[in-house]
Design a protein around this ligand. Sequence first.
Ligand code: SAH
Length: 487
Amino acid sequence: MSPANAKLNAFPVFMRVDGGAVAIVGNGEEALAKARLIAQSSAELRIIADHANAELLAFIATSGAVHVDAAYDAAQLEGAALAFAANGDEALDRRVAEDARRLGIPVNAVDRPELCDFFTPALVNRAPVAIAIGTEGAGPVLAQLLRARIDRMLSPSLGRLAALAASFRGAAERLPKGNRRRRFWSDFFAGAPAKAIEAGEFARAHDAALDLLASNAPAAGHIALVGAGPGAEDLLTLRAHRLLMEADAIVYDALVPEGIVAMGRRDAERLPVGKRKGCHSKSQEEINALLIELGRAGKRVVRLKSGDPLVFGRAGEEMAALREAGVAYEVVPGVTAAFAAAADFELPLTLRGVSSSMVFTTGHDLKGNSLPDWAKLAISGATVAVYMGRSVAAEVAGRLIEAGLSPDTAVAVVENASLGNRRRFHGTLADLPSLEARADLTGPVMTIIGDAVAGANFEGSEPLAAHRREDTGHESAANPADEGVEQ
Ligand code: SAH
C-alpha cells in the first residue's frame, strides 16, 4: 500500500467519448500511436495531417477516421471532446495546446508533459471493462509490463460477462439489498453464468443468470479455514485471496498481518480473535461459537490462521464444532512457518542420504519423564521444526542431548520468516538454550534442528551462541503468550 503522503498528481477518470470526436494533430508515428489508442473507443477520430505518412494514411483508410488533409488551423479542433498534439515539433504542439485550451478542450501533447491537461494510460481493454495504468510518465515501460501482466490475468470473455451483467442490473436491483443481492452478483461473476460465457455459450449464460435471480433458497453459510501464510502478503494462495474478497466476515488470529486482512471487501466484518500479548483474546470455545453463529446467519466466513490452518492452528476443534453444528466448511492450505523459515535459509528439509523425514512439533510436550516419539525420530535423523519453541529452547536442547542427539547437531532459527524484518541465526544444539534469554526477539520464531540444516546457506545469518543467557542479565521475556501460540 502507498504511504499516506504519496499523492497522485494525475487522477484517473474515464472520459465519455461516445458521440464525440477526438482530434489528433500530427502526420507521423506519434499521431498514429495515439490514433490506434483512441480507435479502441467509439469516438469519431479526426486526424489533422497535411502530409500524412504512408502508415498513417493506411490507418485512416481502414479505420474510418476523418482525415483533415490541410495545414493546421485552430478551427479544425472545434467541437472535439479531446485533442492531441502529436507533431514532434515543439512550436506547433504548443500552438495546438494553447488553441485547445482556449476552446475548452482538454489536450495532450506527446512527450511534453508540461503542455498536457491529461495523460493517456496503458490500457487493458475488455469493453465495457477498462483497466487504465498510469505512472505520470515515470515509467512507460513499467506501465506496459503491468499491462501485459494484467491482460494475462483476465479472461478474454470478461467484456461479454460485464455486458451481460449490465443487462441484469435492473433485475438485480429488485432483489433485497445486502447479502441477497451481493450473493447474486458473486454467483453471477464466479458461478454458472461466468462459466457459460467462458465456454462461449451466451444463451445458457443468460438462462443461468435468470435461475440465480429466481432461486430463493435462503443463503447457506459457509466457513473457509484459510491459511494466511507466514506473513509475506504474496505468499497467500490465489484461492485464499479469492475467498477473502468474497467473504462477508473475516475472523483472524493475531499473527495474521493487517495487509492480508485488508484484502477483504471494505464492508466485510473484521473480527480479531487473536492471542496477542496484552490483548483480550477469545477462548477457543468462544471462537467455535462465533463461527457457528456466523455460519447460521448465512454468512460466508473466512477464518484466517497464520501459516497453514492444520498446523498448530486448533483447526481440529473448529472443524469438529462446525460438523457438530451442521455448518458447511472447507480448508484452504497455506505456507506453514517451517517452510518459510527453510526457504529463508535455503535449507533442504529433506536431504538425500542425510534426512528423509520431518517432524512438526512444539517442544511443549517434553516436560514428562518419557521422551515423546518425535525425539526418537530426531535421533534417527529427522529434520525437526519447532513451533512456539523459544520459551522451551533449553528444555528442547537439553532433552535431545540427554537422549543421545549430538550437541553439535546444526540448528537454524528464523524470526519473522518471509518478512522484510526477518532475522536468521545459526548454531548448534548446544547453543540453542541462549534463545530463551533473547529479549530482542519479539516476533514469531521458528527453530529447525537436524543434520539437513548443515546444508543451509548461512551467509548473512548471525551466530546463535554470541548471545548467551549469562551475557544478557535479562530475565526471559519469552512466554508462550508472546509467541503467537495457536495451539
Ligand atoms: N499455523 C501456523 C503456526 C501457528 S503456531 C503455521 O502453520 O505456521 C505459532 C508459531 O508459528 C509461532 O510461535 C512460531 O513458532 C511459528 N511462526 C508463525 N509465523 C512465523 C514466522 N513468520 N516466522 C517464524 N515463525 C513463525
